[in-house]
Write a protein that binds this ligand. Sequence first.
Ligand code: ZN
Length: 814
Amino acid sequence: MNSPSQSLQRTEAVARRELLEVHDYDLRLDLASDAKTFGSVTTIRFGSQGGETFLDLKPVRVNEIRLNGEVVDPDLLSRGRLPIRTVEGDNELVVDAVMAFRNDGEGLHRSTDPADGKSYVYGMMFMDAAPSVFACFDQPDLKAPYTLHVLAPADWTVVANAPGVNPEPGVWEFERSQPLSTYFVTVVAGPYFLIGDDHDGIPLGLGSRMSLASALEADADELFTLTKQCFDEFHRLFGIRYPFGKYDQMFVPEFNAGAMENPGCVTFRDPLVFTSRVTRGMRIQRATTLAHEMAHQWFGNIVTPAWWDDLWLNESFAEYMGNRVTADVTQYDDAWVDNAYARRQWGLNADQRPSTHPVAGNGAKDASAALQDFDGISYAKGSSILKQLNATMGDDVFFAGAIDHFTRHRFGNASMHDLFESWELAGAGDLSSFTTNWLRTAGPDRIVVDRAAGVIRRTPPAEHPADRSHTFRVAVATDAGWRTESVTLDGPETPYELDGRAIVLDPYEDTWAVLEADPVSADLLEQLLPAVEDPAVRAGVWNNVRSAFHNAALSPGDVIDLVVASPPVESTEDGKRRLGTWLLGDVLPLAPAGSLERVHVAALGKLGSTEVGSEHQLSAFRMAISTATDPGELRGWLAATPDGIDLDLDLRWRVLVRLAALGATDADELRAALDAEPTGESRVAHMGAAVSLPTAEAKALAWDVFTGTLDVPNYELEAAGLGMWRGDQEELTAPYVDRYFDELPDTVRVRSGWVLADATAFFFPVTSLSETTLDRARVLAADTALDLSVRRRLGDAADDLARKLAIRTAYPTS
Ligand SMILES: [Zn+2]
């Protein structure tokens, strides 16, 4: 059970920053005592103007607290805060406490690997989890150096932000770190498997669970090569050396995000160590994530936002630089195309929701409010806008400004205003109108071709008026192939004659807008798409189509026709935000009868016509599995896969999940499959399969997970939510639609933070396409008594549902 803690108010952070100057933290963690809790002794030395303030602390129990030698009554601790009275000048605070390990991916997360029974720990302090690990003044602009001492079981390895030594078994001593914000502090501990290397004077490390050792070894060359290439490029672009000593990249179990940029010790979700065969899309995603975290070492870690509402700048900058550097200097020169498939619609959908917000300056009053705006707008839209800004000012000015910013605020904090000042000083000119139009105004313009009128129309969102000019390239089909030309839209209508030709708007992502495929282009593309060779134009086609479909301007049947004509396997189904997931989750449920079978036949056709052993073949096979309706065919693949494809763990579970959804397997067979290979990946896949079965027991299992009756780690929680709602199982899931709305508010009693918000989205009744469900979602989302993150996710799920209903109304299937 969580007792809700208070979210830090901006005004409180400002007052505490004015009062205090933190000199350093000395942190002693005892991870060897037991499996549920750990000892945490923190000594904070700080200067003060003198006066009242508060410490952040979320312990299981307190042994003793002393401020300047005097005992402080621990009973004063309330909702994660301890009021303290500081003296003017130097102060020393010593907090001896016992803390709880967590299993929700925050604080100090501890898990046991089902493959071998070994236990692992990692620290994730972002955004406000640090006080559940050590006593602190938890806000980004009270930076200080940390000296860490760790006691751990003798067979464990411990890695942290700074370099460490292991003078005797179980004892780990770390060097004093550079100044860090509380949210950067980490410790990764357990019988981790480590591989070392070095480059340009920087010691490099990779680590993973022992059971992933051979998979990590197989990928180590690629990961080290990427790391070295990126270091060279960041050093060249920024002209400032990486300042955090060594650079470890630790792949840790049950990590919520893709990765976290802790200085010197980046943590990644460990599904990024590939135990089954993956497609290039997944490897590009891993490469850009790696580069993104490296970019943060400068942007975010050397200079950190003073307050959470500038977090977008961290993410937009890291996202832009991560894609750019990956595309420019690594083997993944198609990183931008991959980004078009994986990220563009994520950002555009977020920007079209009622909950849209400006990229910058949302004015969040407290930390949890700021976190709500940490979404596709912060990453995809922000990155796109920085890319435009870079194109406008040129590399020389762009990087001169960035370097000035890093130099001026080294190991400190800054705001967006400071960065723009550095850019203006570097010669960017007056950026105020750019800032107003692109960063301080929410919502995207909608851009469509009106053939009858002979114009391209630009419409700003009604709720967020703006007058933005767009310059972007279009690809126009001609008798001699595709012609690329530049278009500038300076007003609501720009003359443009198409003479019945197909057009792809902004395939190179020069601007940020909702650019929709018109029905004539969509029709023509059925013939043209199979022969399109430029991968950016193919990605542009799908983005135009997805944007039009999202706004009910293109029918599900038209989308299916295009899919059948040219199955979109080049983008792969690897990622949650890609075409395969969109097709299965958004398009097929609204498409005419027989569409699933048509897509399946198209996938089989692609499977039979692609090169044996290629990644396109693998991708086509995955789509064939997820669209299969004949259990016999699926069983056949369990016995023998097509030539060129091995039935690895990932594929075996994909087939089993599909069989489960069709009701063509049972709990016993699924359990036997888990027992045969009881890895962490199996356990998550097993949960997804078990709740997909069309039985009352399966749905009850998922529900026990949702309500917390059954306590499972975060990845299984996700699998249970995403697996339980199946379009053809309405009778079984119907009771859970009401139960979702009735029982959601109480989930704050069993979870918090990241997983609380995620569970709201994962368990939303996505298959209940009714106005009643929409009404219930909207009413509950408006309930101000509800947790802010639950309200946001619920409101966004309601928006997705409203769009599905609008599409169904516009294009009824019967
Ligand atoms: Zn990031």
